[in-house]
Design a protein around this ligand. Structure first.
Ligand code: UPG
Ligand code: MN
Length: 409
């Protein structure tokens, strides 16, 4: 029976995090949650992405971005982009629900986790970096305008010790560590992929019971390369991948490719071919259009809209510059802000990416072609391996010799 007054809630302040939110929402649906799905978004999220979100989430709620602007603490955290996580606080305004579970857009459920609604505010799992603090990627809370007001007041008076929501929430709900063990969620409800390195035997022992995986840290699943033919995830210049992380990253990508990509393609417009000539960029090849291949692009711009100038320098952009860009955007009246561009348009930004035909874009239409080519080449190879050789046709000795000669000359 659906429970209409309780919801899973997530947040996305730009199109990149929307990819994560869509996969999370789909994973909750796959595991047949009986609760509502809600997402908080900010004006930067594109129209096309909003349409996609509406097909998975029951409620898509527009909120204003709140930024801690606390560069000192964010520098300490080495994540200057996380000031906007203060926007998460808006989840307390969802008073149409009696209880909610907040989940970061970089989490993924591996089974039904509706039992979380049996817990009280504020329940959360320990943070692997400092277990006397809770991680704010998954937490049970009770919407209340009064709490929201108190949180904002607390934020303006005390700030956050890490510059993000997690420091603030830990100071606000400071009795979490000691008062009530029922508010300590088991770690399997928020297993950070990076923990896998730090205590490998525990992961080996308990990891099989994992219910929620959290891709915590600067490298998100959409920053990795994915090869749909072999269904493998590989790292790039800015990401590294451990063997234990791989199955989770691959699951994320399988969900993305099977359920989210078709959805995004449905809402894409106008067609990519019409846009290319305007951009006059000869260097763009069909396999180089994927924004998700470029980790530095996604991590450093951190925005749904990427201007040409930002993109051109994105590989070297320091996080500090990024904050400056974001501030500029925020200081504009919303009428003046250039509308967010769709994931489609992002995918034709003139970024030179290190990709080969082996990898196809998770997003751009143009990359569907290399995939088709690839599979026919793959078919040919398989035919050879299976002994189905066209001796009289294209595999005739003369043809092979010609190819060899061309290669050797
Ligand atoms: O530009 C951004 C950045 C973050 N988010 C949202 O905020 C969440 C938190 O950001 P994330 O990049 O996932 O942070 P983590 O790497 O998980 O880092 C930790 O530190 C953050 C700041 O305190 C907390 O919000 C996280 O829950 C905690 O796990 C994301 O999942 C999104 O839902 C956005 O929408 N846009
Ligand atoms: Mn997170």
């Amino acid at each position: 029976m659906p429970v209409t007054d309780q919801a899973f809630v997530t947040l996305a302040t730009n199109d990149f995090y929307c990819h994560g939110a869509l996969v999370l929402g789909q994973s909750l649906r796959n595991h047949k949650t009986s609760r509502r799905l809600a997402i908080l978004i900010t004006p930067q999220v594109s129209r096309e992405m909003r349409a996609a979100l509406r097909t998975i989430f029951d409620s898509v709620v527009d909120v204003k971005e709140i930024d801690s602007n606390d560069l000192v603490h964010l520098t300490l955290l080495k994540r200057l982009e996380l000031g906007v996580t203060f926007t998460k606080l808006h989840c307390w305004t969802l008073t149409q629900y009696s209880k909610c579970v907040f989940m970061d857009a970089d989490t993924l459920v591996l089974c039904n986790v509706d039992e979380l609604f049996e817990r009280q505010e504020l329940s959360a799992a320990p943070d692997s970096g400092w277990p006397d603090c809770f991680n704010s990627g998954v937490f049970v809370f009770q919407p209340s305008l009064k709490t929201f007001k108190h949180l904002l007041q607390f934020a303006s008076e005390h700030g956050s010790f890490d510059g993000g929501d997690q420091g603030l929430l830990n100071s606000f709900f400071s009795s979490w560590a000691t008062k009530d063990i029922n508010k300590h969620l088991p770690f399997i409800y928020n297993l950070s992929t990076s923990t896998v390195y730090t205590y490998a035997p525990a992961f080996q022992h308990f990891g099989k019971d994992t219910k929620v995986i959290h891709f915590l840290g600067p490298a998100k699943p959409w920053n990795y390369n994915y090869n749909p033919q072999t269904r493998t995830v590989t790292s790039n210049d800015s990401t590294s991948v451990s063997e234990n992380q791989l199955p989770f990253l691959e699951l994320w990508w399988i969900t993305y490719r099977s359920s989210i990509l078709p959805l995004l393609e449905k809402f894409q417009e106008p067609p990519i071919q019409q846009k290319e000539p305007e951009r006059n960029n000869d260097e763009l090849t069909s396999e180089s259009k994927n924004p998700l291949f470029n980790n530095s692009l996604t991590a450093s711009t951190n925005s749904g809209y990427i201007s040409e100038s930002v993109v051109n320098t994105s590989c070297e952009l320091s996080a500090k510059n990024n904050i400056a860009i974001k501030k500029d955007e925020c200081s504009l009246e919303s009428d003046n802000v250039e509308p967010s561009k769709s994931f489609m348009e992002l995918s034709v930004q003139p970024v030179l990416l290190q990709t080969t035909n082996e990898f196809v874009s998770p997003v751009a239409e143009g990359t569907i072609q290399p995939e088709a080519k690839e599979s026919s080449a793959e078919n040919e190879r398989r035919k050879w391996e299976d002994g189905h050789i066209d001796y009289l046709g294209k595999d005739a000795f003369e043809n092979i010799k010609k190819k060899l000669d061309a290669f050797l000359l």
